[in-house]
Design a protein around this ligand. Structure first.
Ligand code: FCB
Length: 467
């Protein structure tokens, strides 16, 4: 045990912090950036709480130097950020926008000068609106465009960026975006939503090929992975019905990604999960081969477990069956603390999830936890100090859960806290604060919270073990 109460992690374990472009950058009309589906969605009345948008966000586009200085003081080994596709290709295809590339050039150089490894995510949900207008992820051409975009970025930044994440949480992009309708583009669809999941995977495979081809051509090193938000799903009771409900949800949340990526197959219970909605019309021979290109690492985002029970279809609306209507319902998680997102805090579920994924997929590559953290009210303040003890407890518990998974044989090699700073939390707007740095949205001033200092001390203590 260290003085932070943290179980031991391997000496070369990597510590990082994460953010995403639309959530922090702002400057949506600057540098030749084109509109994304999140600009359109956030400006749609009623879509985001209080009508908030990412127009200004944390103004990171102008303040990235200050933010890198915060990362340097924090002492992280690596910083995970995302690249806004509409800054690189304002309409999602065609030649690169030099100003967009120049911004990420500056950011990467600033990080390297601070001794921090840049880890770049190519897609954290800000699809160019022009591609959405042509069908978005429902159509195959968007996956092809994504491969071209990946190549542009890799050719330019690949001399300094060696670790790439193709997609962030395709579950959310596909199903919260096109079935639940609480993320951009905000629709409620059936078969087309399932098609988006396939095209996102295909986009991942095509981008992987391009990242590797660019590296080979230039004689560079490139490690490629994908980030999934895997769910730990728990049946409400031991009944056959509730266990079958969890099987369907496993497919919707986890297996739809993991089976093709790591097993070269589609989940065998698709028909049971989706019925006639999963008609396969969006698949072509050879797709599985592209999707299943070997991964150098698997990124896993984790926040909380979910308890589920069997539930009938919503008969009130039989014609509105969407891809997430798989006859399951959430059951409240009693007896544990809930965060400001109303998410239950159950660190041991994180260990269970990691151990279970390793057991089910023996070919699982090394794992990085690419996001984990908690939204808290952050009301306990003196002067400009934020005493976010709940967040510290959350992080300590979940890092402990990672250490337990490592002990149980899962090859977890690093952890990125979500998030470096408070930011635009999608449909919840600015009210859900995940940062270890507080952002005052009036002045845009940044103030490290107690959790920042706690994480900094932990990283320092860990670094001392390396020498
Ligand atoms: C994840 C997202 C990230 C952030 C956290 C709280 O689903 O990848 O952008 O919103 O949740």
């Amino acid at each position: 045990m260290t003085s932070n109460g943290l179980p031991e992690l391997p000496a070369d374990f990597l510590f990082g912090a994460a953010t995403a472009s639309y959530q922090i950058e702002g400057a949506v009309h600057e540098g030749g950036r084109g509109p994304s589906i999140w600009d359109t969605y956030s400006h749609t009345p009623g879509a985001v709480d209080r009508g908030e948008t990412g127009d200004v966000a944390c103004d990171h586009y102008h303040r990235y130097r200050e933010d890198v200085a915060l990362l340097k003081e924090l002492g992280v080994d690596a910083y995970r950020f995302s690249i806004a596709w509409p800054r690189i290709q304002p309409t999602g295809s065609g030649p690169a926008n030099p100003e967009g590339l120049a911004f990420y050039d500056r950011l990467v150089d600033e990080l390297l000068n601070a001794g921090i490894e840049p880890v770049a995510t190519l897609y954290h949900w800000d699809l160019p609106q022009a591609l959405e207008d042509e069908g978005g992820w429902r159509v195959r051409t968007t996956a092809e465009r994504f491969g071209e975009y990946a190549r542009i970025v890799a050719d330019r930044l690949g001399d300094r960026v060696a670790r790439w994440i193709t997609l962030n949480e395709p579950f959310c992009a596909a199903f919260i975006g096109h079935a639940i309708g609480r993320h951009a583009p905000g629709t409620r669809e059936g078969t087309p939503a399932i098609a988006t999941s396939h095209h996102l995977l295909l986009a991942h495979g095509l981008a992987t090929e391009q990242l590797r081809a660019s590296a080979a051509e230039h004689g560079r090193r490139a490690e490629v992975g994908i980030t999934l938000n895997l769910d730990r799903l728990i049946p409400a009771t031991d009944s056959a019905e509730d266990r079958a409900a969890v099987d369907r949800a496993e497919t919707l949340h986890n297996r739809v990604w993991l089976d093709p990526l790591l097993g070269g197959t589609y989940p065998e219970n698709e028909a049971e999960t989706w019925g006639e909605l999963a008609d396969g019309s969006y698949r072509r021979d050879g797709d599985l081969e592209i999707i299943g290109r070997p991964l150098d690492f698997m990124g896993i985002n984790y926040y909380r477990p979910t308890k589920l029970k069997d539930a009938p279809y919503d008969e009130a609306d039989p014609d509105r069956r969407t891809a997430t209507d798989i006859r399951v319902a959430d059951v409240p998680f009693d007896g544990v603390r809930h965060t400001r997102m109303d998410w239950p805090v159950v660190p041991e579920s994180f260990t269970d999830l990691l151990v279970d994924v390793q057991r089910r997929y023996p070919d699982l590559p090394p794992v990085y936890i690419t996001e984990n953290g908690s939204a808290e009210a952050d009301q306990d303040r003196t002067g400009d100090r934020v005493h976010d003890s709940e967040r510290i407890d959350y992080l300590r518990g979940h890092l402990g859960a990672v250490a337990d998974a490592v002990k149980a044989g899962v090859d977890v090699q690093g952890y990125f806290v979500w998030s470096l700073m408070d930011n635009f939390e999608w449909a919840f707007g600015y009210d859900r604060r995940f940062g270890i740095v507080r952002v005052d949205y009036e002045t845009l001033e940044r103030t490290p919270k107690d959790s920042y200092h706690w994480y900094r001390d932990l990283i320092r203590e860990h670094a001392a073990k390396r020498v």
